[in-house]
Structure formats: structure tokens, C-alpha cells
Design a protein around this ligand. Structure first.
Ligand code: FES
Length: 77
């Protein structure tokens, strides 16, 4: 990956933990991303929550997070 890595935080709170947050973190790590384990941010109804450079991705999937990373990296390029 030649672009600078954005900060990716995956919520490891109780609801996101139940709704696939840890599995998603594992998938993203397998793709070479560094993951920060986050706390609940009161977005539990839309779990799992991921933050890419502090921009929320709700009901996150690997594809949605990768699209957000691309969007964040494209900014100002
Ligand atoms: S548990 Fe993830 S936002 Fe609340």
C-alpha cells in the first residue's frame, strides 16, 4: 500500500462485538490495515461501527470500510 494508512477504529463495545465488529477487524487486519480497538460511541443501533479518520461507517462491512478508506484517501489527492 503506497498511500498513507488512515486510522481505522473498530468499535469493540458490547453491541458491535455481537454484530461482527471483531470479525470485521480481523478481516481488515488480514488486508494489512492497522486497527484501533474502540469503545462504544452510542451508535449501537447501527452496529457494527467503524471510524475511518473519525468518519463513521455504520452497519459496517468490509466493502463499506474499504470504500470509505478510498474516499478519505482521495480527498485532496
Ligand atoms: S457497542 Fe459499538 S457503538 Fe455501541
Amino acid at each position: 500500500m503506497n498511500k498513507e494508512q488512515p486510522e481505522i477504529e473498530v468499535c469493540f463495545g458490547p453491541e458491535c462485538g455481537d454484530k461482527g465488529g471483531p470479525e470485521l477487524a480481523k478481516e481488515l487486519r488480514a488486508l494489512g490495515h492497522t486497527i484501533v480497538m474502540g469503545d462504544c460511541r452510542s451508535q449501537c443501533a447501527n452496529a457494527p461501527l467503524v471510524l475511518v479518520e473519525n468518519q463513521g461507517v455504520v452497519t459496517a462491512t468490509c466493502a463499506k470500510v474499504l470504500a470509505k478508506i478510498e474516499q478519505v484517501q482521495g480527498c485532496g489527492a
